[in-house]
Ligand binder design. Sequence first.
Ligand code: SF4
Length: 290
Amino acid sequence: MPTVLDPQLRRALAERMRYYHELGIYDFYRREPQAPERSAVAIEAVESPATQPELREEMSPRKSAAVAAVAEENIFAVPKPEQSVSDPVAALKLIRQDLGDCTRCKLHKQGRKQIVFGVGNPKAELMFVGEGPGADEDAQGEPFVGRAGQLLNNMIKAMGIQREQVYIANVVKCRPPGNRTPERDECDTCSPFLMRQIAVIKPKVVVALGAVAAKNLLAINAPMSELRGRFYDFMPSGARSSDPSWQGARLAVTYHPAFLLRDPRQKGEAWKDLQMVMKYLGLTPPQKSE
Ligand code: SF4
């Protein structure tokens, strides 16, 4: 039997949900009854930064997109704006509009010049996700345009495709000051927009560039040596119930190009990761001309 909520409670919940929508949060879950300490109205905003403990190292399993909690039920199926359109170009525009001149996390007031939303083919089969914009990206408004971006372009070319064929984005869309690692609360606040981008693009493969991207996408706290070398089944949070036509992506982890610039000896390892992706996508390296 469905529970009929008290009208006053329903109004209060509606108000709270409006507040979360303004933050860009759309997915709400209620735990199964085996959590007795939670009341029937213990509604949690899965992506709410306010509900997340400040844990720098440990990733909460509840945050995992890939390891979506099976015992949770989406009780408020509020459509995201982009779900009203089928064209991914229009859908990405709606996500960008929803992001607006974002001030949701503290990175907005720490010297960013502009928001770096993402770039590339809205129907890409392959998507690369990095950590956050650097100085060049902040200046140009496009991810991976500096030296690391040049190396990423070369990696993409070596796979037999062009940069324009893939989609590139970051976990956080504003430059952390001094290129520091984005902090947990910043990633938690910004990553729902990345998840929505992935859900619209529906790539076959997502490549996480570096540990920060991998840990935020997978919520697995492990060293790169353990994260690399295999595929993960990946479904961005919120996409599962909204699109039965897409069963999610495979996710691979490789080194961030900035790390490869610092330690070129690891390029061979990164190439192995990309070859695994190429094999899955049926890509072949370009023929070398004599
Ligand atoms: S990093 Fe993301 S959440 Fe934070 S201000 Fe920029 S766009 Fe908003």
